[in-house]
Write a protein of this length. Structure first.
Length: 96
């Protein structure tokens, strides 16, 4: 019994979704954390995570939770701690 070797075709490079690449304007509250210039949603997420890691805001025991500091608390709707999944929902409210 012969084993067939599956060869992946070298297809086209995946094109980014245009909706994610469209620049959005952060609110003044979110702008205090990531900057006020318009940027794509993907860049917003990268900058928020960079801020969280730089300021060591991930919970030590449960890494899926983010502890809010004074700048992030207004973005998180006044909550002291949110999950990373809840964070994306809360941040999207601050984008136009």
């Amino acid at each position: 019994m012969a084993i067939k070797k599956v060869v992946k075709k070298a297809g086209k490079k995946r094109k980014p979704n245009a909706a994610f690449m469209k620049p959005v304007n952060p609110s003044a509250v979110l702008g205090a954390v990531i900057g006020n210039s318009p940027m794509p949603r993907t860049e917003v997420t990268k900058k928020i995570w960079a801020y969280i890691k730089k300021n060591n805001l991930q919970d030590k025991k449960n890494r899926r939770n983010i502890n809010a500091d004074d700048k992030l608390k207004p973005v998180f709707g006044g909550k002291a701690q949110v999950s990373m999944f809840e964070m994306t929902k809360l941040v999207s409210k601050h984008l136009k």
